[in-house]
Design a protein around this ligand. Sequence first.
Ligand SMILES: [Zn+2]
Ligand SMILES: [Zn+2]
Length: 266
Amino acid sequence: METKICTKCKNEFPASKDYFNAQKNGKYGLRSVCKKCCKKYYSNRHRENYKKEHGHYYVKEIKKTKTCSRCGNEFPLNDTYFFKKVIKQELANGEIAVYYGYRHLCKKCHAAVTLEKKRKKRYKELGCTESGYKAAYIEQQRFKKIKFKELANVDDKTRAKILRVFRKYGKMFYSEEDYDQHLIEVRKQASLKHRKYDYGNADFITPKMSSEKYMLNLTNARMAQSLGMSVKDVPEEIIETKRLTIKLKRELGLTHSSIKERNIKN
Ligand SMILES: [Zn+2]
Ligand SMILES: [Zn+2]
């Protein structure tokens, strides 16, 4: 391979564009000065030109302020106004250099952007729009205000209890009795849901009552119970009528469970 000697540093390099800049009428179509010397020369000339113009050499200015890219305001470049960010750079020798810079958003804008992102995520989770969410929130706040007015004369402990129940059931109970009544109602509804047999007017069923043997045995006590009374209070004929009715229902397939099934089908 042809070589060429730099006229400046006198080093010998391969005569290629990797070591010399191109020049049309030069030897091998290359300049006589190597790339390195060329660069040095021009940067030196630049420095001298700068000095001629400004009276001193160029000194890189250290930034004291930074303009936020979102709000466009200029702030002092420090921790009060900007969050730091870690910059990692892999060096040629494989080591990783770590240094710190500042984010391009001011702290205020950073908070706003983060909040916006969080909200969008929440709307997506709830499957609602921003306006829908806001309307629901306003309604909730309005409701809260009304409720707190109603609870103005109640002592702190009771109020806390009422609100705790409210959060659980979505209903306000102003007295213990109201709340107990509600709990009974809830239990009743739950009990009705899981009934296999017809228990008449009975609100709650005992484990004994839920057994098959007990249900198929049409005793006087059970007949009275299905009417919501005790045996003493029910005349013999009524118990007998009830028993016959249940037997008839069973023959016709009109048991509680079969009716339930039919309702589901319809
Ligand atoms: Zn050279
Ligand atoms: Zn900003």
